[in-house]
Design a protein around this ligand. Structure first.
Ligand code: NOJ
Ligand code: CA
Length: 560
């Protein structure tokens, strides 16, 4: 019997498990088919019952809704689609009441073109102080008809859009490394920095415990905005992701969060490779956490997972930061589906997604087995972790969404060549036999839900022993009891290559990446990711019991 060590209450973020809510798709209180803040508040107790420590809300700010709310037109107000500031305050109060912490998104790289700052910049014209808030440049070519450089938008197409003046004449260009509705700020401008100081304070004063910082690797652009060609130029020299110029902005933000009582945190959404470079974002005077996206990018591969864990612990450990594990979010093919595909088509980051024409959609049963096994492996690791709404139900990526419903700008900017991210954003099924599976009471849903959501609905899993939901709850409870977030990892030697085994605070975790059953070394099984997943015809083994001593392929157990 392991004696649980006392959980650390200080620096809660070092070990916290944080649950991501995507407001459009969590709960819809007024029945218009789009999720809202009251719909989240009403379900906060369910989040708390999962056993997580905090909630992160993706943007709910005033928006032009071209990029799922990441095109913000007022950083200090709630979009009417999602509710009001009073609804936000009610949500924050409910988060506290149920004993969680609250993280909100902040989007400092760009605003919406509808933001008054951008509208003023357009009106003020070239050379004005207003234009200096953003990155306006004259075009190249005889008449400025060519973009100022060759950079490409993450969503496809050029990273520049030409302004058409009120008289219909084309004039300067502005930079948009995402959609043309998302002009990039010029962060070398002190005015911009001051506005964001105020935005941070606005939400800190309202009681938030921290921020997930959007595009944290992109604020500083390479001086002189030189041309750059992916696949030709050195990736380490990327002109708008990972430029070291951003570090001074994080030090400035850290001074602000540190000036508030409690541990208010900053979490970097930074696409920076390798991990040794990403770790620079979480040095002691910068951010607290940075999503470990290279971890999320690993295939179902025992060598790959061991290597990335070692690299992560080394890189983040070298700056005294925890690794922040993550497998799924609103930008990636859900990890259930991704790990069962195990190919290169759904690698994190390229936003290809899946759709009706995809030929590589994997089997649901295998997806769920691997998704569960890989979550159990992750939740046994020391450090912090993020979960994405719906993964606790085993939801797969939805590939059936017809083109006419697609909303991701990637889909439009690549003329449908890349499906984009809608498939991981489909509204959550709460009740099998309710309209829109309980997302609301009217049956409206901004993205259509597939029929498989019926059997995966929350009410089909709540209290059902062996369900994916109960496995997540058990893993989170055990993680707390054994203080795994604050532990340290030792690899278990002498195992076959296809078994990944490690020990953390007296708990041994084994995952079977092979095709043969594995006899679990002596001990008491306290978590079994395969428990309750009924044997398929191909499996002669019945995995409906804990502690039968056998670890099947695509399963994880924890043993003490
Ligand atoms: C990262 C966000 O997670 C994604 O959803 C968004 O499209 C881009 N940043 C641009 O804000
Ligand atoms: Ca609504």
């Amino acid at each position: 019997m392991t004696t649980p060590t006392t959980p650390h209450n200080d620096e809660w973020w070092r070990s916290a498990v944080i649950y991501q809510v995507y407001p459009r798709s969590f709960g819809d209180a007024n029945g218009d088919g789009i999720g809202d803040l009251p719909g989240i508040t009403a379900r906060m107790e369910q989040i708390a019952r999962l056993g997580v420590d905090a909630v992160w809300l993706s943007p709910f700010y005033k928006s032009s809704h071209k990029d799922g709310g990441y095109d913000v037109s007022d950083f200090c107000d709630v979009d009417p689609i999602h509710g009001t500031l009073a609804d936000f305050d009610a949500l924050a109060a409910e988060v506290k009441r149920v004993g969680l912490k609250l993280i909100v998104d902040i989007v400092p790289n760009h605003s919406s073109t509808e933001h008054v700052w951008f509208q003023e910049a357009l009106a003020a014209g070239p050379g004005s102080a207003e234009r200096a808030r953003y990155i306006f440049r004259d075009g190249k070519g005889d008449n400025g008809e060519l973009p100022p450089n060759n950079w490409l938008s993450v969503f496809g197409g050029p990273a520049w859009t030409r302004v058409i003046g009120p008289d219909g004449a084309p004039e300067q260009w502005y930079m948009n490394i995402f959609d043309s509705s998302q002009p990039d700020f010029d962060w070398t401008n002190e005015w911009v920095q001051e506005q964001f100081d105020d935005i941070l304070r606005f939400w800190l004063d309202r009681g938030v415990d921290g921020f997930r910082v959007d595009v944290a690797a992109g604020l500083a652009k390479k001086a002189g905005l030189p041309d750059w060609t992916d696949g030709v130029d050195d990736p380490a020299d990327h002109p708008f992701f990972g430029d070291p110029g951003s570090h001074e902005y994080w030090r400035r933000w850290r001074a602000i969060t540190d000036s508030y009582p409690g541990e208010r945190i900053l979490c970097a959404e930074a696409g920076v490779d390798p991990l040794s470079k990403l770790a620079l974002w979480v040095r002691p005077d910068e951010m607290h956490q940075a999503f470990n996206f290279p971890y999320a990018g690993v295939k179902w591969d025992p060598k790959g997972i061991r290597a990335i864990i070692d690299e992560s612990l080394e890189a983040f450990g070298s700056v005294g930061a925890p690794s922040t594990w993550v497998q799924s979010n609103h930008d990636q093919v859900r990890h259930t589906t991704r790990l069962a595909m195990n190919d290169d088509e759904t690698r994190t980051g390229d936003l290809s997604g899946l759709g009706p024409r995809s030929t590589n959609v994997p089997d649901l049963a295998l997806s769920i087995r691997r998704g569960r096994a890989s979550t159990a492996l992750m939740l046994g690791l020391p450090g912090s972790a993020y979960l994405y709404q719906g993964e606790e139900l085993g939801l797969p990526e939805v590939h059936e969404i017809p083109d006419s419903f697609r909303q991701d700008p990637t889909f439009f900017r690549t003329a449908g060549e890349r499906y984009g991210r809608d498939g991981c954003r489909v509204p959550i099924p709460w009740k099998a036999d309710a309209p829109a599976y309980g997302f609301n009471t009217t049956g409206e849903s901004w993205l259509p839900q597939p029929s498989v959501f019926r059997e995966l609905a929350y009410d089909q899993q709540d209290g059902v022993s062996g369900s994916t939901l109960e496995m997540y709850r058990a893993a989170l409870r055990l993680r707390h009891e054994h203080n795994l977030g604050h532990g340290s990892l030792t690899w278990i030697d002498g195992l076959p290559d296809h078994i990944v085994g490690y020990e953390n605070n007296g708990v041994r975790s084994y995952t079977n990446y092979g095709t043969e059953p594995f006899e679990i070394p002596a001990g008491r099984v306290i978590l079994d990711s395969g428990y309750g997943i009924h044997a398929t015809a191909a499996d002669s083994h019945d995995s409906a019991e804990y502690g039968d001593g056998i670890l099947l392929p695509d399963e994880t157990v924890w043993v003490v």
